[in-house]
Write a protein that binds this ligand. Structure first.
Ligand code: VGL
Ligand code: ZN
Length: 204
């Protein structure tokens, strides 16, 4: 029984898959892995949670809104920010879960990145720590103490979510087969995984 152990799927959305706006190399390859674990969690009576990056069209992380080149870095509200292509605009097809994801088994969907003034990599809170997504209180309400986390992208949203989960006191497992990274620098994902492990995550 996985009563105290939830599966947390990070941003398995069309725009992070090959051919779409912010394509993560091999992003679509995590879907079968996710479906395998979703089925396992459901068999064991565990909760399945999924986050969705959910930006308004005027979001400050979009290069076009910053007037800067995609992939460059700058500052948004005093916080280091990579300028991204327009992605995961609320209710657009790109923001939808990958069509093959068995999303009917998801118990809780967490939307993040709605405030145009702050990016929000973590499923717990935005990068400026202005808004809480409600994930932590939902997990506490359901007496969940362990999280198994996977999804997109290893070096951004998975990394920030894992680090916040660890600092909130959860036991955290990361399924590497279910993660893919942006890798603006080639070893960003490797470095992200070793940072997660150093901070206490179990890398599976
Ligand atoms: C993400 C960049 C911008 C992610 C979201 O899901 O990792 N990365 N927005
Ligand atoms: Zn985003």
């Amino acid at each position: 029984m996985y009563r105290h152990h939830a599966l947390l799927l990070i941003d398995i959305q069309n725009d992070f898959c090959p051919g779409d706006a912010l394509a993560v190399p091999g992003g679509d390859r995590v879907v079968d892995v996710a479906n395998h674990y979703i089925a396992q969690w459901k068999r064991q009576g565990g909760r399945v949670i999924a986050s969705q990056d959910w930006h308004p069209a005027n979001h400050g992380s979009f290069a076009v809104n910053a007037g800067a080149p995609v992939g460059d870095s700058g500052q948004l509200n005093g916080i280091e920010q990579v300028w991204w292509p327009v992605h995961c605009v609320q209710n657009s097809p790109g923001a939808a879960f990958h069509p093959s994801l068995t999303s009917q088994y998801i118990d809780l969907i967490i939307h993040k990145g709605m405030d145009p003034a702050y990016d929000s990599y973590s499923a717990f809170r935005d990068n400026g720590h202005q808004h809480d997504t409600g994930l932590d209180s939902w997990l506490r309400q359901h007496q969940i103490t362990t999280l198994t986390i996977m999804g997109l992208a290893t070096d951004y949203c998975v990394r920030f979510s894992v680090i916040d989960a660890l600092s909130a006191g959860y036991q955290v497992n990361v399924i590497t087969a279910g993660c893919r990274g942006v890798n603006l620098k080639p070893d960003d994902s490797v470095l992200a995984l070793s940072e997660m492990q150093q901070k206490g995550a179990q890398i599976i």
